[in-house]
Design a protein around this ligand. Structure first.
Ligand SMILES: [Zn+2]
Length: 388
């Protein structure tokens, strides 16, 4: 049973944080499908390791808050407990360089409805009004909207955007507070590669692995890291910046101020720039099609990008030894064209013990970040107070 991915919402060790953590443990068990459609309180106590009295109190409170249905049957410990059908919904919003995706899910993280809309790269890239209108349109309205996960292609520390590269004017802004006004529900902001990692871990290729790495290759390159079933944030929340590992000291200048970062070789923007004169105006999917049809320049730039990616992954895998590496973002469309050189690069630069780590394309494709945003919202520990 994966524990909650949510960061702390109150001081660690306080009575309220312990209470929220225990509620979260109970809710996590209830998210797991069961043949009977419900769990008994005795099963909840066994699965969470909590005392029967604690479970009983939590079930009583969550039932009163409308989150659970609890039917007394053969004694309290035998009573059947399940998530209430009207317990409410959560939402995920994913802002990219050229799209906004919105999804609504139930409290298990299962997506009920979703929509993806292309946006102008030079336009309002974090158009909260547009996202809120999509959400209003697709929300099936089965109970209150309890929480929203919001994904951004930027470093995020405690809901605050830490780079102005993609979202000019947002650096240093508490995006959750601004978004809460627009959506009318509590919001948690997270880096989009982290959300992709969470989504693949719960619903995709990462399911069978307690430790995994998700690399998102789009106009930027970033990684989300799952260690022991939990998102790894690092001390401040910026772990996973694989795009800024140096793969050539003398390489081109990067937007971070360093030289020869992986991102300067592997981002989709870089590939399009390299192909500018040969495939003018091409989009990344068109480059993939051209490569598949034998265009040598297109094949070459994807191959080079894969070799460098494999090199950077070698360092990461030597350190972390994940069970699987999952590639997402625009790169996921390249399939074997990118995977093969990436594996070659990895074999050249990783220890033999990790060189054969499976590298696969994202199972969730371009939905990964928005599915992860729904999951993040569903796993909040403070659902009880949200949306009421
Ligand atoms: Zn860099």
């Amino acid at each position: 049973m994966p524990p909650s991915a949510s960061p702390k919402t109150s001081a660690p060790g306080s009575t309220s944080s312990l209470r929220a953590a225990n509620e979260s443990r109970v809710l996590n068990v209830l998210r797991t499908p069961t043949d009977k459609g419900a769990h008994t309180q005795a099963e909840l106590a066994r699965a969470t390791g909590l005392a029967h009295a604690t479970v009983s109190n939590i079930v009583r409170d969550l039932t009163a808050a409308g989150l659970l249905d609890s039917e007394p049957s053969s004694g309290r410990r035998g009573s059947a407990v399940r998530l209430a059908p009207g317990a409410g919904v959560v939402a995920g919003v994913d802002f990219g360089h050229r799209h906004v995706a919105v999804a609504v899910g139930d409290l298990t993280g299962t997506v009920l409805a979703e929509e993806r809309v292309p946006t102008e790269p030079e336009g309002h890239v974090m158009d909260l009004t547009l996202a809120a209108s999509i959400l209003e349109r697709i929300n099936p309205g089965v109970g209150p909207l309890r929480h929203i996960g919001l994904g951004l292609p930027a470093p995020v520390v405690n809901n605050v955007v830490r780079s102005s590269a993609i979202f000019p004017g947002w650096e240093g802004v508490d995006a959750a507070a601004v978004a809460r006004e627009a959506f009318g529900a509590p919001v948690q902001v997270e880096n989009d590669a982290n959300l992709g990692a969470l989504a693949e871990h719960r619903h995709g290729h990462g399911r069978e692995h307690r430790t995994s790495v998700f690399v998102k290759i789009a106009s930027g390159v970033g990684a989300g890291i799952i260690i022991n079933d939990e998102l790894f944030h690092g001390a401040d929340g910026t772990a996973g910046e694989i795009g800024h590992l140096t793969v050539d000291e003398q390489g081109p200048m990067c937007r971070c101020g360093s030289r020869g970062c992986l991102e300067t070789y592997t981002s989709s923007e870089h590939l399009l720039r390299l192909l500018g004169s040969r495939l003018p105006g091409a989009t990344f999917p068109e480059v993939v099609v051209a490569a598949g049809e034998g265009n040598l320049a297109a094949r070459r730039v994807i191959e080079d990008a894969g070799l460098r990616l494999g090199w950077a992954l070698g360092s990461l895998l030597n350190l972390l030894n994940p069970g699987i590496v999952i590639l997402g973002g625009a790169a996921a469309q390249a399939g074997e064209l990118l995977l093969e050189p990436t594996r070659t690069g990895l074999r050249r630069h990783a220890l033999a013990s990790v060189a054969e780590t499976p590298i696969v394309m994202s199972e969730l494709g371009d939905r990964a970040s928005v599915v992860g945003a729904v999951q993040l919202a569903a796993e909040r520990t403070d659902l009880v107070n949200a949306g009421t």
